[in-house]
Write a new protein. Structure first.
Length: 609
C-alpha cells in the first residue's frame, strides 16, 4: 500500500480543494486552485482525478454503466457506514437538505464515538483506517458501477459503505455528492484545459494544442495523462481513432446569400441542412458505432442504421458524418426533428424502428483506412466520401450543388425547404477548408428557414435560474433565467427571463427536471445581475424564439458591447423546445447574439432608407 501511496494522491487533498472551490466565485481563482491540485497529482492518476472533477467515471462514449445508487440505497449505505438507523439519516436529511452534509456530520460523530471507545480500551492495538487515495475512491466507484445483476444492490451497498466508513468527514461529503451526481464544484472542461496548459504546456499558448487534441480524442482524462507523462509535444501526434468520437465541426449562421458566399471565399459546396440528429458513424470491419452530437454512444438506438453502414460503406475502417432523419414509412418524405424524438422516447427499439423509419444523409468523412482526413480540404474529403459510399434509398450523400452564384444558392435553399429540409449548409472549398473539430467558424455557414420570416432567429440558451409563478402557477417554478455562452471566458451571461411557451405538461415535467440541479448560490460560471428565486447549475439548453433583440440594463450578455452599462436581451421570449442533444457549452454564444443584434440594426436601417 505504501508503494501505491507514493504514486497516488490522498483523496483528502481533492476534498479540501473541492471545499475551497465551492466558495470561489471567480474563474481565475478556480483555475489557480486547480493548478495547485494538479501539481500535487502523480501523472499515473491524473486521468482519474480529471474524470471525478467532470463528475463522471470516464467519457460518455465509453458507456460505463450508471452507478445505480439511488437515494434510498445511498441513505442505507450512510446508515451502515456510521452505524446509525436509516431513520436518523432521513431525519437529518430533511433538516439539512443535502446528503453530502449529512454524511459529513455523521462521519464526525462516528469518529468521535470510536475514538472515545478506543481511548478507553486497547488504544494501542487499534488501527487507524487507511487514508483514502484517489485510486481507491475511483476504483471502488467503478466496481459499484459494474456491479450488475442479482445481488448487485447488496454489493453496491457494501462497497459504498466500506468507502464511507474509511473516509474523513470532508471526503464523505464529496463521495456522497459524486454518487448523487451533484458534485457541482463549477469546473468546466475549459478550466481543466487552462490549468493543464499552465502546468504542462508552460502557459496559455499551449491551450490551443490541448484543445485540438481534445477535439480529436474526446477524452480529457486521457489527454491529461498523456500530457503529464509525455509532455506537450506528444499531443501533436494525436489522430482520429475508430471507436473514439471526434468533436463535431460547427457552423456560423448567415442570412444573405451574397454575404455568405463572400464569407466562405466566393465558391462553396451547398448542401441540404436536414432536420434530424447528427450521427458520427465509426466502422471497423463489422463493428459499427454511432455517436451523437454530444459524443454519446447512440448505436443502440439505430440498429437499422448499423445495418445500412455494413451494407453501403465500402471501407474496412471509416469515420463518417451524416444526419439521421425520420422519414414517412410510405412516401419516404422527410419528417421534422420532433418525429425522430418519438423514437428516442420509446423502449422497444425494434418496434419503433418500423413506426419511425430513418434515412441517413452523409456529409463528411474524417478517416478512411488508416488515413486521417481531418487535415484535408473539403473537396478531397467529399471525393473520399463518394468513393466509400455506395448509395441506397435511405443511406445516401446529402443533396448538394457547387456554386459561386448567390441566385443559384437562393434557389437551392428554396428547394431544400420545399423538400422538408431546415435550410442549407454553405461550406468553403478553398485551400483552408479542413475539418476543424470542435470549432464553430466561417468555413461552414448555415442558412435556415426562420431567416426568411420577420422574426429573429431562434437561439439556444442555458437555464441558470428559475422563478416561482403566481396565481394558477403559484408554488411552481414557472419562468426561467436564460443565458448565452462565452467560450473565451467559459462563462454564461444572462439574456432573458422566459415565462411563455410552456404547456401544462412542460411545466409539470420541468419541476422534476430542475429539482436535482438547484444550487444554493450562483454558479461560479454564471454572470448575472438578476437574482432568481432559485439558482440552477448550467445543465439544460432550451430553444427560444423572441420578437426582437433589445438593449437591457438587467442582463449581462454583451454588457457594454453596444452601449456602456447595458446588455443584449430578447423581447417576448418564448420557449420552443428542450435541446437535450446540446450541452451548455453548445448554446448560442454571446458573440452570435451580438452578430444577430448587429444584423437586426442593419435591417432596420435598410428598411428605413
Ligand atoms: P442547429 O441548432 O442549427 O442544428 P447546431 O448548433 O447543432 O445547429 P451547427 O453547426 O450550427 O450545429 O449546424 C449544423 C447542424 O446541422 C449539424 O450539427 C448537423 O446536426 C445538422 N446538419 C444537417 N445537415 C447538415 C449538413 N449537410 N452538413 C452539416 N451539418 C448538417
Amino acid at each position: 500500500m505504501s508503494q501505491e501511496n507514493e504514486s497516488d494522491l490522498p483523496f483528502i487533498e481533492v476534498a479540501r480543494t473541492f471545499s475551497v472551490m465551492e466558495r470561489i466565485s471567480s474563474r481565475t481563482q478556480l483555475t489557480l486552485t486547480l493548478v495547485r491540485l494538479f501539481k500535487k497529482t502523480p501523472s499515473t492518476v491524473i486521468d482519474k482525478l480529471v474524470y471525478l472533477i467532470q463528475g463522471k467515471l470516464g467519457p460518455e462514449w465509453k458507456d460505463i454503466p450508471e452507478l445505480g445508487v439511488g437515494e434510498k440505497l445511498l441513505i442505507k449505505s450512510i446508515a451502515l457506514a456510521y452505524k446509525v438507523p436509516e431513520s436518523e439519516v432521513v431525519k437529518l436529511y430533511h433538516r439539512v437538505g443535502d446528503l453530502g452534509a449529512v454524511a459529513e456530520q455523521l462521519a464526525i460523530r462516528y469518529r468521535e464515538k470510536t475514538k472515545g471507545r478506543q481511548a478507553g480500551l486497547l488504544a494501542f492495538m487499534e488501527e487507524e483506517a487507511e487514508p483514502l487515495t484517489i485510486s481507491r475512491v475511483y476504483n471502488t466507484l467503478m466496481r459499484i458501477a459494474y456491479a450488475q445483476g442479482e445481488n448487485s444492490r447488496d454489493l453496491k451497498l457494501r462497497l459504498l459503505a466500506g468507502l464511507l466508513s474509511d473516509a474523513e468527514p470532508l471526503e464523505a461529503r464529496y463521495i456522497v455528492r459524486f454518487v448523487e451526481g451533484r458534485l457541482r464544484v463549477g469546473i468546466g472542461d475549459a478550466t481543466v484545459m487552462d490549468a493543464l496548459a499552465s502546468i504542462y504546456g508552460g502557459g496559455v499558448h499551449a491551450r490551443e494544442i490541448i484543445e485540438r487534441a481534445y477535439n480529436l480524442r474526446a477524452d480529457l482524462g486521457y489527454i491529461a495523462r498523456l500530457l503529464a507523462e509525455k509532455g506537450i509535444d506528444s499531443l501533436k501526434d494525436i489522430h482520429p481513432v475508430v471507436g473514439v468520437p471526434i468533436r463535431p465541426m460547427l457552423a456560423e449562421r448567415g442570412r444573405d446569400p451574397h454575404e455568405i458566399l463572400r464569407k466562405v471565399g466566393g465558391r462553396a459546396i451547398v448542401e441540404y441542412k436536414y432536420d434530424g440528429e447528427r450521427g458520427q458513424i465509426h466502422k471497423r470491419g463489422e463493428k459499427i458505432w454511432i455517436f451523437s452530437r454530444r459524443l454519446e454512444n447512440i448505436t443502440r438506438m439505430y440498429p437499422d442504421v448499423v445495418e445500412m453502414v455494413r451494407k453501403h460503406v465500402k471501407a474496412e475502417e471509416a469515420i463518417l458524418e451524416g444526419e439521421i432523419v425520420a422519414i414517412d414509412p410510405d412516401t419516404l418524405e422527410l419528417q421534422p426533428f420532433q418525429v425522430l424524438m418519438q423514437r428516442k422516447r420509446k423502449h422497444d427499439i425494434h418496434k419503433v424502428m418500423k413506426e419511425v423509419p430513418v434515412a441517413v444523409f452523409l456529409f463528411d468523412i474524417l478517416y478512411r483506412d488508416g488515413e486521417d482526413l481531418t487535415a484535408k480540404i473539403l473537396p478531397v474529403r467529399r471525393q473520399n466520401l463518394l468513393e466509400v459510399v455506395e448509395p441506397g434509398e435511405t443511406f445516401t450523400i446529402a443533396q448538394y450543388i457547387e456554386t459561386s452564384d448567390p441566385d443559384e444558392l437562393w434557389n437551392f435553399f428554396l428547394k431544400a425547404i420545399e423538400d422538408g429540409a431546415e435550410g442549407v449548409m454553405v461550406k468553403a472549398v478553398h485551400e483552408g477548408s479542413v475539418y476543424r473539430a470542435g470549432i464553430r467558424g466561417w468555413l461552414w455557414v448555415k442558412l435556415k428557414k426562420d431567416y426568411k420570416s420577420e422574426m429573429t432567429d431562434t437561439v439556444d440558451l442555458v437555464v441558470v435560474g428559475a422563478f416561482y409563478g403566481k396565481g394558477k402557477r403559484g408554488g411552481k417554478l414557472s419562468s426561467l433565467l436564460m443565458a448565452a455562452y462565452n467560450p473565451e471566458k467559459d462563462i454564461f451571461r444572462t439574456v432573458c427571463k422566459v415565462a411563455t411557451g410552456f404547456t401544462d405538461e412542460d411545466l409539470e415535467k420541468m419541476q422534476d427536471m430542475l429539482k436535482p440541479h438547484i444550487i444554493p448560490h450562483k454558479h461560479p460560471r454564471v454572470d448575472s445581475r438578476i437574482t432568481p428565486d432559485v439558482w440552477i447549475e448550467p445543465y439544460y439548453v432550451a430553444e427560444i424564439l423572441g420578437a426582437e433583440l433589445t438593449l437591457s440594463p438587467l442582463h449581462t450578455c454583451c454588457l457594454g458591447q453596444v452601449k456602456s452599462g447595458v446588455g443584449i436581451s430578447i423581447r417576448f421570449p418564448r420557449f420552443i423546445r428542450w435541446r437535450p442533444d446540446k450541452s451548455p457549452e453548445d448554446a448560442t454564444t454571446e458573440q452570435e447574439l451580438f452578430e444577430l443584434y448587429r444584423r437586426q440594426l442593419k435591417k432596420v436601417e435598410e428598411e428605413t432608407v
